[in-house]
Design a protein around this ligand. Structure first.
Ligand SMILES: [Zn+2]
Length: 97
């Protein structure tokens, strides 16, 4: 699975007013907001970790489904879905695939 987003590393930053940002390098803005609350800071840290999470999750996405290579049985008989299929679904959500 290939990614076409700004390559990492991304980092979380905030300014003197408490605004939260996610940056690539020192100047590349990934996203930012004007709210100064803790939730936005936590969200910004999660976004900053996205390239690293994508890379780590890609490993699991390459694993075969626990129900076989066809993935047909996964989640069919219970709500449990194997980690490989969860990884593939999360990466598809991230890439819009
Ligand atoms: Zn599966």
């Amino acid at each position: 699975m290939s990614a076409s987003f700004t390559p990492g590393p991304w980092r979380h930053a905030s300014n003197a007013y408490g605004c939260q940002f996610v940056q690539h390098g020192d100047t590349g803005l990934i996203c930012g907001g004007n709210n100064h609350d803790t939730l936005q800071e936590v969200n910004a840290r999660l976004i900053a970790a996205a390239p690293d999470l994508y890379g780590a999750l890609s490993y699991y996405a390459e694993q075969f489904c626990e129900f076989g290579a066809s993935n047909e049985g996964c989640g069919k008989f219970s709500e449990d879905v194997c980690s490989g299929c969860k990884a593939r679904a999360a990466l598809a959500k991230a890439t819009g695939a």
